[in-house]
Write a protein that binds this ligand. Structure first.
Ligand SMILES: [Fe+2]
Length: 316
């Protein structure tokens, strides 16, 4: 019954034009754009859909302002879709939308829809590395990226009003596997046993559900850095990054944006199988980042910008 990943994220925003300007710079491909509907795609076909936040056909928001209004999860085929629908049919929020998609609300109130995936998995080759005695890049220079081209939408991170309810909904109803955990505070989950470290990270924040960030996978650290510098050069503000997460091992760079909470470029996360040993950790800042630059890097001087972390996201 495993889900294959995030097939689309639907955003509701105040300023469609500004959202389009950001996405053009972010490196996703524009499929269509009108005054009330933007559709962009990552390299593997995952969709970023943007609508005016007051569009009457959008699911209800879980927080005020620009935010994610729906996550569409992909499945491999019609048989798996049928299994998901059967597993969810008894939920009070279950419905079939006008678009034919099965929908439920998770315990946070976020609308989830399900469809046979429209993504086409692609194979990328990260830059090979060299070390004494182990030369994997021979007679080839390491690249400098002018910008990023996100490969997929790797994960969504949410603040949960009912943390325990969210944890059991995703593990028991949707078959997610726990990859790492801050007991009682946060849980990293992947939507299939064999897969990338997390497609969903749930943070405990009673009384204040919301979106923490949405993350786009790029090829390797060089594309994180090149993409981030390009965004800085275009005037988009860093929330935090570049940096590296000890949990999941990924390199990251988060940007403020007109779509929702920060959007993230990331690369080189852990890949898990049934042999992965989930860890339990104490929540502390050094587990959010082994290292991180709060103000980002100025795109012109290539030096760190002075900044103060006022995000309120906690970074832990
Ligand atoms: Fe992330």
């Amino acid at each position: 019954m495993a889900l294959t990943g995030i097939d689309a994220v639907v955003f509701g925003v105040a300023d469609i034009k500004e959202a389009a300007r950001f996405l053009d710079d972010w490196g996703v491909s524009r499929v269509s754009a009108s005054a009330d509907n933007l559709v962009y795609r990552t390299r593997d076909g995952a969709e970023v859909i943007v609508r005016p936040k007051d569009a009457p056909d959008l699911p209800s928001p879980i927080e005020a302002g620009n935010t994610v209004r729906e996550v569409i999860w992909g499945v491999a085929d019609e048989a798996d879709l049928k299994k998901i629908v059967e597993a969810l049919r008894d939920l009070p929020s279950f419905s079939i939308g006008a678009d034919g998609l099965a929908r439920v609300a998770d315990p946070n109130g976020m609308s989830l829809a399900f469809r046979v995936s429209r993504r086409t998995p692609i194979v990328v080759k990260p830059t090979a590395t060299n070390a004494p005695g182990s030369h994997q890049r021979i007679d080839r220079r390491s690249p400098v990226h002018e910008r990023a081209f996100p490969i997929n939408i790797g994960h969504v991170v949410v603040f949960a009003n009912d943390f325990a309810g969210m944890r059991s909904f995703y593990t028991e109803k949707l078959g997610f596997a726990v990859s790492d955990e801050y007991p009682g505070h946060g849980v990293f989950m992947r939507c299939q046993e064999v897969g990338a470290h997390h497609n969903l990270f749930i943070l405990n924040r009673p009384g204040k559900p919301g979106i923490n960030h949405v993350a786009f996978t790029v090829t390797d650290i060089h594309e994180v850095i090149g993409g981030g510098i390009a965004m800085s050069k275009k005037g988009w503000r860093t929330e935090i990054g570049p940096g590296r997460h000890p949990i999941s091992s990924a390199y990251f760079w988060y940007f403020e944006n007109p779509l929702a909470a920060p959007l993230e470029y990331y690369a080189d996360e852990d890949f898990c199988t049934e042999d992965w040993k989930p860890g339990t950790h104490e929540r502390k800042p050094e587990l959010f980042a082994e290292w991180a630059i709060v103000g980002g890097i100025d795109g012109n001087t290539r030096r760190q910008m002075a900044s103060v972390d006022q995000s309120g996201r906690g970074h832990a």
